[in-house]
Design a protein around this ligand. Structure first.
Ligand code: SF4
Ligand code: SF4
Ligand code: FES
Length: 324
């Protein structure tokens, strides 16, 4: 294996903005040779140390564990201290645009105001709630099997990449967001935890897990592979298990989905809307008629039944952990 250091020329467009003095942001251009040994954070440091000392960004650990250096390169979220320059060049070529995680929250260059993120994190009681004996006679042991139930949610470093990639966060100020849900799951799945409120809090409509649109952006954005959407699904299941899933549109949508699959092995879109919305379906009639006419959804009597119903029912039985 060769240990020769290679170099490549890259054009950077770097987001610059000072909320105290600027009305609009601008992009500064830099052209540099980058080496096969460098990560994105080295380039940010070179811009600051060699070109413009006023350039601002957050960083602390340089080891991918503090979450401070999350940012976007060509629209993709990443940790600057973890992202190798040559990997970025392989992915995007030699023109890279560097931006903060959220342009509308930019305070100074790549530094953003994360208040909404931290407020939502705090709202889900992100700690083990337990009645601990101050002078215990034995350790409170968590077995490896019990620790595995956290599903790596404890790897979250609160970088905010998933939160600011989530489209619901941008349109619904109440929505807690994927990182808060991952934290809620992490502590609710902890065998030592006895918090009664957390699961109820993340089940409330508007702010809770039922307002997630399941776009998977959070899973894509996470640099630690926490997979927040998986934790959201787990919180749905916990809500059913604990009997706190309320009779609302989103919950009925999940139940209707399961019923449709159990009955025909295919999704009955019209039936699903009827089941979820009840009389509220009236408002969808004009759109439904258009969709019927264009053949986008079948008429109720034309909905097929899968030929593999036995197989589908077996799969549903083996994969379902909750009874609706
Ligand atoms: S899957 Fe849900 S939480 Fe994740 S980004 Fe999409 S809407 Fe947000
Ligand atoms: S879940 Fe991943 S992307 Fe979201 S805050 Fe935690 S580490 Fe960052
Ligand atoms: S500096 Fe800590 S995660 Fe990058």
């Amino acid at each position: 294996m060769s240990d020769k250091i290679e170099t490549k020329k890259v054009k950077f467009k770097v987001f610059r903005f000072n909320a105290d003095t600027d009305y609009l942001p601008k992009y500064e251009d830099y052209e540099m040779e980058v080496t096969s040994e460098e990560v994105m954070l080295d380039i940010l440091n070179r811009i600051k140390f060699n070109h413009d000392g006023s350039f601002s960004y957050r960083r602390s650990c340089r080891h991918g564990i503090c979450g401070a250096c999350a940012m976007k390169v060509n629209g993709r979220s990443t940790l600057a201290c973890k992202e190798r320059m040559f990997d970025l060049i392989d992915l995007f070529g030699d023109e890279l645009t560097i931006e903060p995680l959220s342009i509308k929250r930019a305070v100074k260059d790549l530094v953003i105001d994360k208040k909404d993120f931290w407020d939502k994190h705090n709202a889900v009681n992100p700690y083990v709630v337990a009645d601990i004996d101050e002078e215990p006679e034995s350790e409170n042991i968590v077995s490896p099997e019990e620790a595995e139930q956290l599903l790596d949610a404890d790897y979250c470093i609160q970088c905010g990449a998933c939160h600011y990639a989530c489209p619901v966060i941008e349109i619904n100020e109440e929505f807690f967001g994927p990182a808060a849900f991952a934290a809620a799951y992490r502590f609710s799945a902890d065998v030592r935890d006895s918090d009664d409120e957390r699961l109820k809090t993340v089940n409330e409509m508007g702010q809770g897990v039922w307002d997630c649109v399941k776009c998977f952006e959070c899973a894509e954005a996470c640099p630690k592979d926490v997979n927040p959407i998986e934790k959201i699904t787990k919180l749905h299941q916990m809500a059913f298990k604990e009997g706190i899933a309320e009779n609302n549109v989103a919950v009925r949508h999940a139940v209707g989905f399961e019923k449709s699959m159990a009955k025909r092995g295919v999704l009955d879109e019209g039936g699903l809307v009827l089941y979820s919305e009840g009389l509220g379906i009236v408002k969808h009639i004009p759109v439904a008629l258009k969709m019927f006419r264009k053949g986008k959804i079948p008429l109720p009597w034309n909905i097929p039944t899968s030929e593999n119903m036995d197989e589908i029912q077996k799969l549903m039985k083996s994969s379902s952990t909750v009874k609706f």
